[in-house]
Design a protein around this ligand. Sequence first.
Ligand SMILES: Nc1ncnc2c1ncn2[C@@H]1O[C@H](COP(=O)(O)OP(=O)(O)OP(=O)(O)O)[C@@H](O)[C@H]1O
Ligand SMILES: [Mg+2]
Length: 474
Amino acid sequence: MSIRNKLILFVLALLTSVSAVMTLLFLHNEWGAISSVNQNKNLQILLAMSEVCRKVSDAPGEAAAYKYFKAFLKTPDITKVSCADVRGRILMEEQYHTPQPGASPYLAKTFPHPRTGSWETRTDGGVETLSGLLTARNSRGREVTARVDFSTRLMCREMEDSLHQSSASFFIILSIAFVIGCIGTLIIARLVTSPIQSLEEAARMIGSGRLDHRLPVTSGDEMGRLAAEFNEMADRLKELDGMKSDFVSSITHDLRSPVTGISLCADMIRELADKREYGKIPEQVFSIAEHSQRLNHFIDSLLEISRIESGKLKLDLKPINLEELTDRAVRSFNTYAEQKGIKLEFIVEQDIPDTLGDPDRLYQVLANIIGNAVKFTASGSVDVFIRTEPGWQKVLVRDTGIGIPAGEIKNLFSKFYRINPGGRGYPSARQGTGLGLFIAKSIIGQHGGRIEVASSAGKGSEFSIFLPARAGAH
Ligand SMILES: Nc1ncnc2c1ncn2[C@@H]1O[C@H](COP(=O)(O)OP(=O)(O)OP(=O)(O)O)[C@@H](O)[C@H]1O
Ligand SMILES: [Mg+2]
């Protein structure tokens, strides 16, 4: 069932129960009020009757007293009135009409009697009567008892008639309110659910690949904010989609170029063998080895990245000496630096105590940063310093290479990011994947350290690796 229908059902159920409760309360209160009016009327009649009785016993046959009887006739539920003296002798009696059989059980049970006089309900021959008796004294001090009999059936009918009259207007008002409530519910249900429907529609469109679809933000309420969030999510999704495409094309390119290189070398070897020029074959074999190494490096980097991103990169922490590790990394680039005619130096400024770290991962970081410095320096020098700072051990790699434009520094640690690969002054795209610094930052970050970069384009760069000094590592 749709949210709109659920909402409508819920509000309708609510309206119905509220109407039912209001009706019950109204009927209860109204019946109470009608009963009390009726009770008061009965009492007034009995009091008037006792006055008549007093007058009749003072002066029997006085005409003025009898005119009241006419007045009582206007009250249709009175069946009989009488006056009796203290010995029970009837001084006067008037039967208005013969009560019909039948009773109102509701009235008999719930109708409260007035406090003045004595009241009783009797059933005689199937006729239910309410009798009120009140004793008064005449001017000579003699007691006379006035009695009025009411037909409960007629009295009840009269009360029910007035209840019907007053409830008619109540039910008209209630029905109008109910209809207005239903119309309001339909309007509110529509207002509430139409943004949800557009959201559903938009989610379906995005799901089917139409990433350009956006929701109109028409209000500042929760739905408006939800639409704005949704649009932001769609923007991000589009951005991620673009990144995914870039990633796939990067990977495809980086995988294809060494594979193409290997296949070209293999063709060349076949040709050389056909021509029996065996002396040139070792050069091609060396090229194949170089391409394979590059392929391996790329695949290793990809695996490393998937480990980092899935949180599965685990460090094997043990006491290490950062100076020894750095020394080893520097040495591994001696030949490369010599080939390029660059002076590569390792300067130890003070004794470096042991600290905790994963030696293989840290070596990987140092090798990438020192390797980058040599790779991106055409002439001049690469100096590697090691020193301690309060709470830290710091390796600083300074080169006199091509440098990094200020605007590029923030992107350096992103995946696959290379500055202008193959551009002027840059080594060919063959020489890197753009993953090294991303991996380095994650590894150093996991050690609780950080990497800082300072550079100016054309002059050189400085990369500083900060590793927490853990005193007492042994
Ligand atoms: N010392 C440096 N001087 C100038 N540019 C640098 C330096 N170090 C890094 N860069 C720039 O940052 C980019 C990213 O470096 P990163 O180490 O992540 O990748 P890479 O060296 O190209 O490839 P990989 O490390 O995977 O072999 C480099 O391609 C280069 O453009
Ligand atoms: Mg690198």
